[in-house]
Design a protein around this ligand. Structure first.
Ligand code: B12
Ligand code: SF4
Ligand code: SF4
Length: 372
């Protein structure tokens, strides 16, 4: 006969999780997530996962815990809500940018410490246990859905009653046999609010996200941001919350967010050194820890929400040694418009030897001259 699942241990772990601040707690089997793997491979094949690494580095590893943890027998899943502490960016003000609420602070820290307490308890009673949160070896949302911690929303977010999508997810994989939870008996029903709320049309009706159209993806992906995505960027500095803000199950909870936080002075961002930026935003995922990508994001946001004060600062980036910054500065000046922007662009075009950047400058000048 197989080993009986240990209900007493599960109850003890559940109490610890609650004391540690987890708002969701569930247990599921460690069977491979076969459908999720197929779905990831489909997205890699049709290009909708973009240049995403993380779990997409090896979908088989990400969907089969047995590959990384041959001793695994149960998966404990927990969630924290980062609101109200996530802040409220409030209404747009000139020369400022928005940080998505999940990134206003290191909101993963309370999640990891609550899960570490659960893992320590398991180790104390002789079990193996490892914490996984935002790890390449597990698709967190698939685990949350299987363990009854959340349902899978059409925005692709994992949602729970009361908190809606405002959750971060993590797990503890263990060799303890624990009783599993029932899946959550809720879903989106006929709601489709997130789909038209997405400014770039990245969501389809089947709960699939085209990462190459998602602003959150581009805010953390190196290189040139495609022109049509830049046009829809708004005043974002990092992340995007539009499909979360539109989600009815989380709206009352979002109203409880602090008034402070979530908005940064973009001129100040552009004035700082690389080292200062990477220290301040240490908890962001920034490609290669290279501050140029935060500057690039700030330039695009200034193209949307900057005023005349922003023009000389943005124009200064036409002299950057980095093509990606010269190109995005030119684009932003094209949107900011005015004589000073036009003369900075006209001055830069002569000296520009990168054809792509030159094309950006030409486009920006044409935009200003057309008065668009
Ligand atoms: C890659 C990634 C991204 C990418 C791509 C996201 C995507 N939707 O595919 C980008 C950069 C765009 C991104 C953005 C964001 N992300 Co992200 N991201 C991840 C990461 C690292 C991997 C996700 C992954 O592998 N997905 C693979 C796809 C296939 O699965 P999934 O959508 O995650 O899960 C669902 C499917 O598997 C589905 N499913 C199951 N069976 C089947 C079968 C079929 C046929 C289909 C179609 C689907 C399906 O059910 C699952 C549950 O919803 C995870 C961390 C992790 N290790 O899991 C965080 C994670 C998903 N991100 C998170 C967050 C907070 C965000 C943002 C809100 C940040 C922001 N404000 O900017 C946005 C939200 C954008 C959105 N609408 O999804 C949280 C989500 C928490 C939650 N409540 O859902 C996670 C879980 C991190 C964490 N540990 O909390 N992210
Ligand atoms: S995060 Fe923003 S861009 Fe990405 S799917 Fe949601 S609303 Fe669209
Ligand atoms: S907005 Fe509606 S459809 Fe989209 S995830 Fe939320 S409840 Fe589901």
């Amino acid at each position: 006969m197989g080993e009986e699942p240990n209900q007493e241990l599960r109850d003890r772990l559940g109490r610890l999780a609650q004391e540690g601040g987890l708002v969701g707690f569930g247990v599921c089997s460690v069977e491979p997530f076969g459908e999720v793997r197929e779905e990831m491979e489909r997205r890699v094949d049709d290009g909708t996962s973009g240049r995403e690494r993380f779990t997409y580095t090896d979908p088989e590893i990400a969907t089969d815990l047995g590959r990384s943890f041959p001793w695994a027998r149960s998966l404990i899943v927990g969630s924290v809500t980062y609101l109200p502490a996530g802040g409220d960016p409030g209404r747009s003000q000139p020369n400022t940018g928005r940080i998505a609420r999940f990134a206003t602070h290191d909101h993963y820290q309370p999640l990891r410490s609550a899960l570490a307490a659960v893992a320590n308890q398991l180790r104390e009673v002789g079990h193996q246990a490892e914490v996984l949160a935002d790890d390449n070896r597990l698709v967190d949302r698939a685990a949350a859905v299987r363990s009854g911690v959340a349902w899978w929303g059409k925005s692709t977010m994992a949602l729970a009653p009361r908190y809606g999508p405002w959750l971060l997810l993590g797990s503890v994989v263990t060799d303890a046999m624990l009783p599993v939870s029932e899946p959550m008996a809720r879903g989106c029903g006929s709601c489709t609010a997130c789909i038209p709320a997405c400014p770039t049309g990245a969501l389809d009706n089947e709960g699939v996200l085209d990462a190459t159209r998602c602003i959150s993806y581009w805010a953390q992906t190196p290189g040139m941001i495609p022109l049509d995505i830049r046009e829809s960027w708004g005043d974002r500095f990092y992340g995007c919350d539009d499909c979360l803000e539109a989600c009815p199950p989380g709206q009352r909870w979002a109203e409880r967010a602090d008034a402070e936080g979530g908005r940064v002075d973009l001129l100040e961002v552009l004035a700082r050194s690389d080292q200062e930026l990477m220290t301040e935003y240490e908890h962001f995922y920034v490609p290669r820890r290279d501050a140029r990508f935060l500057r690039r994001n700030a330039l695009v946001a200034l193209g949307h929400g900057g005023n005349s004060e922003a023009v000389p600062v943005v124009a200064g980036y036409l002299g950057s040694s980095l093509g990606v910054l010269r190109a995005h500065a030119a684009w932003a000046l094209g949107r900011l418009g005015g004589e000073k922007a036009a003369s900075a662009l006209a001055g830069a075009v002569e000296a520009e030897d990168d054809n792509d950047v030159r094309a950006e400058i030409d486009r920006a000048l044409a935009r200003i001259h057309s008065g668009a």
